[in-house]
Write a protein that binds this ligand. Structure first.
Ligand code: C2E
Ligand code: MG
Ligand code: MG
Ligand code: MG
Length: 279
């Protein structure tokens, strides 16, 4: 009967849900020891100037391999760490490690001028966030100008007043800022004028297919114009083809990031750079 079918569907749904939440529990538990057991590392994805293809910055991306769970991608474990609050400690580790790497790269020929670090809402709204940044700078000896903080639109909407103050504090201290995954959030364009972020990163969903889809191209053109009118520099994320790269350069997009340029790499594999040992 229809009723039985409904019940079966419900059972399948419930089984899937509990498997999901059991995994989440395992991940949450394993994360608690991950820093102490040195299970994290950072990889760095090049961000190049669109016209010259010169390396300007890199984005630090977190990688986690646990002995029992194996490799767990960030899209899987970061939401869980955000939910539990562990992201604050994990994020502090990321800042420390990025600052250490920035200092190791400082002055090296061919090294990126800046490392961009992703931060979650819970980090930005943590009253100790600026102290955490300060601590990472002090312990590493890195210059503040070598670090930039990436945040998504969601953060801006949920905690607008706090985040405006934090962005100002970061800028006052000499760090950069960027708005990640632009276009996937919910912010109205006028809303963005409240935040004086330096860089706007166009989400790869819009970059994808601009060579085939006139509407996507029009949208990307409009985003670039809007970003520029707010005094922001533009990074296109997820650039995968030469055609996309040249269209974006023609549209005045300053920077490119994506598999066309390079996958995220361990620090020693960035072209023309030497490895450093972990602190
Ligand atoms: P994101 O900050 O938007 O990072 C860009 C993601 O796109 C990375 O995935 C990168 O590997 C991937 N990507 C880069 N170029 C291409 C391309 O050409 N094509 C495709 N298909 N993908 C490309 P990843 O490393 O898996 O990270 C996923 C997300 O996890 C990040 O998105 C970010 O939101 C989050 N994340 C990563 N590391 C951290 C971290 O240290 N802290 C926090 N809070 N979040 C992080
Ligand atoms: Mg990012
Ligand atoms: Mg992004
Ligand atoms: Mg993302």
């Amino acid at each position: 009967s229809a009723k039985d079918a409904g019940r079966n569907r419900y059972c399948v749904f419930e089984a899937r849900m509990s498997a999901q939440s059991r995994d989440a529990l395992l991940i949450d538990e394993a994360l608690q020891q991950a820093i102490a057991r040195k299970e994290f590392r950072l990889v760095y994805q090049p961000i190049v100037e669109a016209r010259s293809r010169r390396l300007c910055k890199v984005e630090a991306l977190l990688r986690w391999t646990n002995p029992a769970l194996g490799f767990v991608p960030p899209d899987r474990f970061i939401p869980i760490a955000e939910e539990s609050g562990q992201i604050v400690d994990i994020g502090a580790w990321v800042l420390q490690e990025a600052a250490r790497q920035a200092h190791a790269w400082a002055g090296q020929a061919g090294a990126p001028g800046c490392i961009s670090v992703n931060v979650s809402a819970a980090q930005l709204t943590d009253p100790d966030f600026m102290a955490t940044v300060e601590d990472a700078l002090m312990r590493s000896g890195a210059a503040a100008s070598m670090l930039e903080v990436e945040m998504t639109e969601r953060v801006l909407i949920e905690e607008a007043d706090t985040v405006i103050r934090v962005i100002e504090a970061l800028h006052a201290r000499g760090l950069g800022s960027s708005l990640d995954d632009f276009g996937t959030g919910y912010s109205s364009l006028s809303y963005l004028t409240r935040f004086h972020l330096r860089t706007l990163k166009i989400d790869r969903a819009f970059v994808n297919g601009i060579e085939h889809d006139a509407r996507n191209l029009a949208l990307v053109r409009a985003i670039i114009a809007m970003g520029h009118s707010l005094g922001m520099q533009i990074v296109a994320e997820g650039v995968e083809t030469e055609e996309q790269a040249s269209l974006l350069a023609d549209l005045g997009c300053e920077y490119l990031q994506g598999y066309l340029i390079s996958r995220p790499l361990p620090p020693g594999e960035l072209p023309g750079l030497t490895t450093t040992t972990e602190a």
